[in-house]
Design a protein around this ligand. Structure first.
Ligand SMILES: C[S@@+](CC[C@H](N)C(=O)[O-])C[C@H]1O[C@@H](n2cnc3c(N)ncnc32)[C@H](O)[C@@H]1O
Length: 113
């Protein structure tokens, strides 16, 4: 089965809600692989301020931003669902940038796809 370019698989709202129910985040949250904003929009709905970037252009957030090449942290917290094959790299890079929330990534949806 062929995969979407750069593993673009939007996250179902229930997965993001489940995370927000159990994990605490600062007011500003960086979504560095935002896709079409599936996570970012829900974060905003919950009262957070999302800062959205992505390598590709899905008409949402700022495109052309390779998270793994970023040297500046755009928010203290990061919530994202990265491409499955880059999940470990994303976590390591988030730690390098000094995010304050527990580093982790959604992998369920990418695994399922
Ligand atoms: C599984 S999709 C998830 C999209 C969105 N985070 C969501 O949960 O709905 C993975 C996203 O990672 C983006 N992406 C892939 N490589 C990237 C990179 N190096 N830096 C930033 N974004 C990247 C893709 O363009 C795609 O939008």
């Amino acid at each position: 089965m062929s995969r979407q370019k750069d593993d673009w698989y939007p996250t179902p709202p229930a997965a993001t809600k489940a995370l927000l129910d159990v994990e605490g985040f600062g007011h500003e949250i960086w979504e560095p692989a935002c896709g079409d904003g599936a996570i970012s929009k829900l974060l905003d709905d919950w009262g957070f301020k999302s800062i959205s970037t992505d390598l590709n252009d899905y008409s949402y957030g700022k495109s052309g931003v390779d998270f793994l090449l970023e040297s500046q942290r755009l928010a203290d917290s990061i919530v994202t669902n990265p491409p499955y094959r880059l999940a470990t790299d994303f976590i390591h890079h988030a730690i390098t940038l000094g995010v304050t929330n527990t580093p982790g990534c959604y992998v369920y949806h990418s695994l399922k796809a």
